[in-house]
Design a binder for this molecule. Structure first.
Ligand code: R5P
Length: 324
C-alpha cells in the first residue's frame, strides 16, 4: 500500500484464514469487530489445494491468519496459495500472519549437508507475494533477518505473565529449560520480580534430551518453566524431573506454542507438572485435549488483533511492549 492516507481507518481491512486455526481468526475478527473474510480453502480430488475468495478484495489491506503448525506442509501450502490468490486479485497489501512459524528450529547449518528451512520458508512467503509478516514468539528472533520485508514480532509474554501474576504464587522461581531460553525467562524474572534458574539441556537427537544440572536455587520453591514450543515434550519433562530432584515444590509450565506431537501428551501427563499454560497460536490436537484440566489455554487473539489494528493504521507495535 502506498500512502498512510489509504490505511488510517479500519474501512479497507479484510481478514482471512486457511484451515490451520480458523477459531483464532474468528476471535481476532471479534476483537476488531469485523467479519472473517469469505474464502474457500478446500481440496481437489487429488489432494491439491483449491482456493476461491468469495468477496471483492481489490485495493484492500489483507491479513491472512495461518500458523504453520501440523500438518505443517499442508498449512504452509495453503498459506502460499492464499497469498498468491490475493496478489492476483489486486489487493493493496498482504500481511502473512503466522502466529506460529513452523520450521523455525531449522535456522542454521549446524552440520554439513542440511538445509536452512526457516530461511527457505521466508523466501517462499516473500516470493508468493506477502508484503509483511506478523508473528509471535519466533523460536529465534534473528529469523526476522531472513526476510527483506517488514516483520512484526510479538511476544506472548504479557499474556502468560498476567496469568501467573493472577495466580498469586508464592516463593517461586522462573526457569529456562535451556540456555537458549534465558533471554525470555529473564524478561519474566525482571517483570515479575522473581528469581531465575536455568536447566542445562543438550539435544542429542530430535526426540532425545540430556539434562545435566540446574543453575540457580530451586529448592523449596515453586517453579514456572517458560518455553516457546512444546513439541515432543522431551525438554519440558526432563526439566521438570530435574527440578523435582533438586527439591522444587509445584512445577508449572508456560509455553507459547503447543505443538504437542507424538506422545507428548502422555509424557506431560506422567511428568511431575502441576499445570501447563499454553496459548491458542495453534489449536490443541486431540491428544493434547486428553490432558484435561492439566492444560490451560490462554488466548492471544486480542494481542494479535491489536497488532493488526496498529499495522493497518500505521501505529507503533513496539509500544505495545514498551513496559516489558
Ligand atoms: C528448544 O530450543 C525450544 O525452545 C524447545 O525447548 C524445544 O523445541 C521443545 O521441543 P521438545 O518438546 O521436542 O523437547
Amino acid at each position: 500500500m502506498d500512502g498512510k492516507s489509504r490505511i488510517d481507518t479500519l474501512n479497507n481491512i479484510q481478514i482471512f484464514a486457511g484451515n490451520a486455526n480458523p477459531t483464532l481468526a474468528r476471535k481476532v475478527c471479534k476483537y476488531l469487530s469485523i467479519p472473517l473474510g469469505n474464502v474457500l480453502v478446500g481440496r481437489f480430488p487429488d489432494g491439491e489445494i483449491d482456493v476461491k475468495v468469495n468477496e471483492d478484495v481489490r485495493g484492500s489491506d489483507i491479513f491472512i491468519i495461518q500458523p504453520t503448525c501440523p500438518p505443517v506442509n499442508e498449512n504452509l501450502a495453503e498459506l502460499l496459495i492464499l497469498i498468491d490468490c490475493f496478489k492476483r486479485a489486486s489487493s493493496a497489501r498482504i500481511t502473512a500472519v503466522l502466529p506460529y512459524y513452523g520450521y523455525a528450529r531449522k535456522d542454521r547449518k549446524d552440520e554439513g549437508r542440511v538445509p536452512i528451512t526457516a530461511k527457505l520458508v521466508a523466501n517462499l512467503v516473500t516470493e508468493a507475494g506477502a508484503d509483511r509478516l506478523l508473528t509471535i514468539d519466533l523460536h529465534a528472533a534473528q529469523i526476522q533477518g531472513f526476510f527483506d520485508i517488514p516483520v512484526d514480532h510479538l511476544l506472548a509474554f504479557r499474556v502468560l505473565a498476567d496469568y501467573y501474576r493472577e495466580k498469586k504464587l508464592e516463593d517461586f522461581v522462573v526457569v529456562s529449560p535451556d540456555v537458549g531460553g534465558i533471554k525470555i525467562a529473564r524478561l519474566y524474572s525482571k517483570n515479575m520480580h522473581i528469581r531465575l534458574a536455568v536447566v542445562d539441556k543438550r539435544r542429542v537427537g530430535p526426540e532425545e534430551i540430556e539434562v545435566g544440572f540446574v543453575i540457580g536455587d530451586v529448592k523449596d520453591r515453586n517453579a514456572i518453566i517458560i518455553d516457546d514450543i512444546i513439541a515432543t515434550g522431551g525438554s519440558i519433562c526432563q526439566a521438570a524431573r530435574i527440578l523435582k530432584e533438586k527439591g522444587a515444590k509445584d512445577i508449572y509450565v508456560g509455553a507459547t506454542h503447543p505443538v504437542l506431537c507424538g506422545s507428548a501428551a502422555e509424557k506431560l501427563m506422567d511428568a511431575p507438572i502441576k499445570e501447563i499454560a499454553v496459548t491458542d497460536t495453534i489449536p490443541l490436537n486431540e491428544h493434547a485435549r486428553s490432558l484435561g484440566t492439566k492444560i490451560k489455554v490462554l488466548s492471544i487473539a486480542s494481542l494479535l488483533g491489536e497488532a493488526i489494528k496498529r499495522i493497518h493504521t500505521n501505529k507503533s507495535i513496539s509500544s505495545m511492549f514498551s513496559e516489558s
